[in-house]
Design a protein around this ligand. Structure first.
Ligand code: 13P
Ligand code: SF4
Length: 305
C-alpha cells in the first residue's frame, strides 16, 4: 500500500542532500504540500524561483511554470515531476500565432499572461499573472494594449480600467470555462449566505456573481481573513482542498466538480521522488528565447512582483 509519510520522508532527506527546493502551485494534489517548501500562486512562485539559492528547483506545477523558473534561474537545474503536464491555455498560442496577432495591431504593446510558452513570452513587452494583470496593464500608461493568451483575464482587466482598451487573443482555460452560471446559481441556492470567490479566468457572466475576484492566493487570503464562515470557491479544486485543511471552522464549497485541471493533478509524491533521485525531466530553454522572455518577466516583477 502507498505510504505517504514514508515517501515524504525520503523526499525531504534527498532534498537536503541535493540542496533542492520544491515549489508547489495551489492547484496541485494536496499531498504535495507534505514536501513543498513553498505553495502559492504563479506570481509568488516566479518570485521565489528568481530568489532561491538552491541548486535544484523541483517545480510541482505545469510546464510553463517550470519553464518560467528556468528562465529566471538559468544556472539552476529545474525539474518537472511529470514532463507531459502542460497547460491547455498555454498551448492555444505559439510563436507564429503571437506574431500574427501582433502584425494585426502593429505598434501596440503586448501583455502576455505567464500561462504561455517561453517563445510566446519572448515576443511580449511585459508579462503578467492573474494576481497583477490590472496593475501591469495600468503601468504601461497607454490607451490600448494587446493581451494574450487569455481572453477572459484580458476582459476582466478591461472592465477594471476605464481608460484602457484591451484587445484580447481568443485563448482560454478549459477548466475555468467549464464553470457555468447555472453551477454558481445552484450553489448560491444551497448556500445563500456564502461569499462567492472567483478566479478571473472564468467567463465574465460567472465573475458577475463574485464578492471577490482574484488569483488563487488572493482567494485563499480573502477567505482566511474574512469574518464570513461559508464560501463558494469558483476556481480549481486544489484551492478548496487547502482552505478546508487550513480553516476547519469554515465551510468551502467547490462550485462544480468539473473544476479540476487534469494537468495540475498529474504530479504525485512518487513523481517528485523520482525526479529528485534521477534528476530527469530537466527543463531547458534556448538561450536567445530565454534572454528575451526574461526581460518580459523581469519587467513584470519590477512593476509588481
Ligand atoms: P494563479 O495565477 O492564480 O496562480 O493561477 C494560475 C492558473 O493556472 C490558473 O488557472
Ligand atoms: Fe492552464 Fe487552466 Fe490548468 Fe491553469 S487551470 S494550468 S490555466 S489549464
Amino acid at each position: 500500500m502507498r505510504n505517504v509519510k514514508n515517501l515524504a520522508e525520503k523526499i525531504n532527506k534527498l532534498k537536503k542532500e541535493k540542496n533542492a527546493v520544491i515549489l508547489g502551485h495551489c492547484y496541485q494534489n494536496v499531498e504535495i504540500d507534505e514536501v513543498a517548501d513553498y505553495v502559492g500562486d504563479s506570481l509568488q512562485l516566479s518570485r521565489l524561483a528568481a530568489q532561491t539559492d538552491a541548486d535544484i528547483i523541483v517545480f510541482a506545477g505545469v510546464y510553463f511554470m517550470a519553464e518560467t523558473a528556468k528562465i529566471l534561474s538559468p544556472d539552476k537545474k529545474v525539474l518537472l515531476p511529470r514532463i507531459e503536464s502542460g497547460c491547455r491555455m498555454a498551448d492555444m498560442i505559439d510563436l507564429e500565432q503571437i506574431r500574427e496577432f501582433k502584425a494585426m495591431y502593429p505598434d501596440l504593446p503586448v501583455v502576455c499572461y505567464v500561462n504561455s510558452s517561453a517563445e510566446v513570452k519572448s515576443e511580449a513587452d511585459i508579462c503578467c499573472t492573474s494576481a497583477n494583470a490590472v496593475q501591469i496593464v495600468q503601468s504601461l500608461n497607454v490607451p490600448k494594449v494587446l493581451f494574450c493568451p487569455d481572453k477572459y483575464l484580458g476582459t476582466y482587466v478591461k472592465n477594471q480600467l476605464e481608460n484602457v482598451d484591451v484587445i484580447t487573443y481568443p485563448g482560454y482555460c478549459p477548466t475555468h470555462l467549464n464553470i457555468l452560471v447555472e453551477d454558481v446559481e445552484k450553489m448560491k441556492k444551497e448556500h445563500p449566505f456564502a461569499k462567492v470567490l472567483v478566479h478571473p479566468e472564468c467567463h465574465q457572466a460567472v465573475t458577475e456573481y463574485a464578492d471577490y475576484i482574484g488569483s488563487t492566493t488572493g482567494i485563499m487570503k480573502y477567505a482566511k481573513e474574512s469574518e464570513t464562515h461559508e464560501f463558494i470557491i469558483v476556481t480549481e479544486k486544489g484551492v478548496v482542498d487547502r482552505l478546508s485543511r487550513d480553516c476547519q471552522d469554515k465551510n468551502f464549497y467547490l462550485v462544480s466538480n468539473k473544476a479540476v485541471c487534469p494537468n495540475m493533478k498529474m504530479n504525485t509524491l512518487e513523481d517528485v521522488l523520482n525526479v529528485l533521485e534521477t534528476e530527469s525531466n530537466e527543463i531547458f530553454v534556448k538561450e536567445d528565447i530565454a534572454d528575451k522572455a526574461r526581460q518580459s518577466i523581469e519587467r513584470m516583477i519590477a512593476v509588481n512582483g
